[in-house]
Design a protein around this ligand. Structure first.
Ligand SMILES: [Zn+2]
Length: 310
């Protein structure tokens, strides 16, 4: 059956790009509500923004949702990954500004907050989307693909000039709380040159190297105590992919392959999948299918404590 949170949970922090303080509260919501953001700092007009692929405004650095009234919320990918990775279907996300707090740059604190409250079962069955035929999109040397699969599998390949990143590859079957165990604590990252370019463009104003982002400079790593995994960057790209795929509006049964992909290309992939006749099929999950969804079987002890490997 569908579920929601047992009780509200609040996160306080700073927006990565705006640098503005942000308070965000996840509230329980009824069946078939889905994930919806609500701007509490705006009092007039439509201030709700559904977390769906067609509300995404193209933005290379983060995922930004905008409703018809022009009301937006940015950097939704890490909270969306936490909600999807914990297998929660219905949440109202109240936020008092235009950007989700970045916290430590990962989804770990969101996962702990959701798990601390726990979930409550609702009366309706879970609606999911099954990938029925391959869909691929490309942009330059970046590519993103969805293939049919009886569970959600995320595969990612990256290749960065920074020697401390280089080539990294990982594939993960997202069943059984794998997201919380293997991906949720991996932090956002960039190169020193990116930081300078973003600051010039008035972005990443809330970024603190080593505190809420890992910064790579050639062979050097600024990461506040070291990396949390030797391949933390590719794990973070998988986390982002889960968050961006969650904008399908329902859990996906499919194999996602990202090759140097980013937020914008994953959104292009979702648009292509919804635009391709017969590529996605809506299904109501039986018990066997539910057991394969991310978050099923997740237990508190599997959520990683913050630790460093290097
Ligand atoms: Zn990210």
């Amino acid at each position: 059956m569908q579920n929601t949170l047992k009780a509200p949970v609040t996160f306080d922090g700073t927006g990565l790009h705006s640098g503005a303080p942000a308070r965000m509260t996840l509230r329980p919501a009824p069946s078939n509500h889905g994930i919806v953001f609500k701007r509490t700092d705006i009092s007039l007009g439509n201030r709700e923004i559904p977390a769906l692929w067609h509300y995404v405004e193209r933005s290379p650095l983060c995922t930004r949702l905008v409703n018809a009234a022009g009301v937006s919320v940015s950097t939704v990918e890490h909270i969306m990954a936490a909600i999807a990775g914990c297998g929660v279907h219905n949440v109202l996300v109240e936020i008092d500004g235009p950007e989700v707090p970045i916290l430590d740059g990962s989804s770990a604190e969101f996962v702990r907050g959701i798990m601390r409250q726990g979930v409550r079962r609702l009366a309706d069955s879970v609606r999911a989307l099954r990938v029925m035929k391959p869909v691929t999109v490309e942009n330059g040397d970046a590519r993103a693909t969805l293939l049919p699969c009886d569970r959600l599998k995320i595969e990612f390949h990256i290749d960065f000039a920074e020697r401390a990143i280089g080539r990294q590859t990982r594939t993960l079957d997202m069943r059984n709380g794998a997201f919380a165990r293997e991906l949720c604590d991996s932090r956002t990252f960039c190169s020193r040159a990116d930081v300078e370019a973003m600051h010039k463009a008035g972005l990443a104003l809330g970024g603190i190297p080593g505190e809420n982002a890992v910064v790579f400079d050639g062979a050097e790593v600024q990461s506040g105590g070291g990396l949390r995994h030797t391949d933390e960057p590719v794990r973070h790209k998988m986390l982002d992919a889960l968050g961006d795929l969650a904008l399908a509006g329902a859990p996906l049964f499919g194999h996602y392959i990202g090759d140097r992909a980013g937020h914008s290309l994953t959104n292009t992939l979702l648009r292509a999948a919804f635009d391709t006749p017969g590529a996605l099929e809506e299904v109501r999950c039986d018990n066997v299918m539910i057991a394969r969804l991310p978050g099923q079987g997740l237990v508190w002890d599997e959520i990683p404590a913050v630790r460093h490997v290097a």
